[in-house]
Design a protein around this ligand. Structure first.
Ligand code: PLP
Length: 394
């Protein structure tokens, strides 16, 4: 008998993947220029030239046995030193190489943190709208997900509902700012309030409630928005970072976890993360790209196009009567759907070859996600299709 949960996970395609496949089929039928595929969050700009140059230099100049050999399970020591230096120079922290665990992307980072922390019966709080894989990762760690409904006016946190949901079983809270799918960035006020509630509730229940900060979009922000670095506000924060979006390297699978020195029982928590990495087989992230990412850690791809795309789309949609909370970052927008049934709305959108993702899968019905990591001219051409869609509801 197979593991039924795994069979189900491996069989069901996500709504996003379904749409992506539908888009490819439509493109073959009517031409790719007539399909407006806003389904998937794949960066649309290339990695900076330094990434390839660094990779080539390493291949040409480094001892190949060392370059392609195993590194430490938690990542090469020199790599962790370079990452720590980069974090410290940007955030004024004192991260040490022994606080870092290098992973295959943020997905593995999240799984290592959750598996390291959770026991059966534990609860992990998530705020809607949320990245749907969180549920899979949390349940994979033997815990259950508690979803806090969205604050749909500003996409910050509904603190009343949050406080009411914390109990003795609450082990951790996951936050994702800048947020997939809505683009919101938590303000410093939000972060301070979140931290003070976590301090208070940890004291009340007599154990730390960990904050897991999922930050693959940390650098993709607009209008000089500042993303607060959460360990500076709450010491029991684990940072999960990824170079998938900032360096446009999703296929290379590189990221890291920070377990800050200030964390209560730091060495035990770090050991739990490393133990989870070991038990999941997430040891020794790819060696060449560990080095490339660490050497390029202070760079980003040319992400300015995402702000251009946001501006065009935001204005276009608002002119058509859509209610949209302005995204402070990422390459996603999350307008309210003109039909309260977001699934029906997104089906209707397909009639105009507009591929957008229903909000219900992100825990926030009545909305749809638009991934605008696409060519700017495609966004300009798509406005006509959005207008035809909007007309159906007038
Ligand atoms: N967390 C969020 C919010 C994401 O949007 C993604 C990817 O889209 C991930 C985590 C996983 O990122 P990675 O490619 O680094 O595994």
């Amino acid at each position: 008998m197979l593991n039924e949960r795994m069979v189900a996970l491996g069989t069901q395609r996500s709504v996003i993947r379904e749409l992506f496949e539908f888009g490819k089929m439509r493109a073959a039928e009517i031409g790719p220029e007539n399909v407006f595929d806003f389904s998937i969050g794949n960066p649309s700009v290339p990695a900076p030239a330094e990434v390839n140059q660094t990779a080539m230099k390493l291949i040409q100049e480094m001892d190949p046995v060392l370059l392609h050999g195993y590194t430490s399970a938690q990542g090469d020591a020199g790599v962790r030193k370079m990452i720590a230096d980069s974090i410290n120079s940007r955030f004024g922290t004192s991260t040490r190489p022994e606080d870092l665990y290098v992973t295959v992307g943020a997905a593995a980072a999240l799984c290592c943190c959750l598996n390291g922390l959770c026991n059966p019966g534990d609860e992990v709080i998530v705020f809607a709208p949320y990245f749907p894989e969180y549920k899979v990762f949390i349940e994979g760690a033997g815990a259950t997900m508690t979803l806090i409904p969205a604050d749909i006016e500003a996409f910050q946190i509904d603190f009343e509902k949050f406080e009411a949901s914390i109990n003795a079983n609450t082990k951790a809270v996951i936050v994702n700012s800048p947020n997939n799918p809505c683009g919101a960035v938590y303000s410093e006020d939000t972060v301070k309030k979140l931290s003070s509630i976590l301090e208070e509730k940890s004291a009340q229940f007599g154990h730390p409630i960990y904050l897991i900060s999922d930050e693959p979009y940390r650098e993709i922000v607009f209008d000089n928005t500042v993303v607060p670095y959460l360990p500076k506000y709450y010491k029991n924060t684990m940072v999960c970072y990824s170079w998938s979006k900032s360096l446009s390297l999703p296929g290379e699978r590189l990221g890291y976890i920070v377990v800050p020195e200030e964390m209560e029982d730091h060495d035990l928590v770090y050991a739990a993360v490393a133990g989870a990495g070991r038990s999941l087989g997430y040891v020794n992230a790819p060696g060449l790209f560990q080095r490339v990412c660490a050497m390029c850690a202070d760079l980003t791809a040319d992400i300015s196009v995402y702000e251009t795309n946001r501006d065009i789309l935001l204005k276009g949609l608002r002119d058509l009567g859509f209610h949209v909370v302005e995204p402070g970052g990422t390459f996603y927008m999350f307008p309210r759907t003109l039909d309260p049934d977001d699934v029906a709305f997104c089906e209707k959108a397909k009639e105009f070859n507009l591929l957008i993702v229903p909000g219900v899968g992100f825990g926030c019905p009545g909305h749809a996600r638009i991934s605008y990591c696409v060519q700017t001219e495609m966004i300009e051409r798509s406005l006509d299709a959005f207008e035809k869609l909007a007309k159906c509801y007038r």
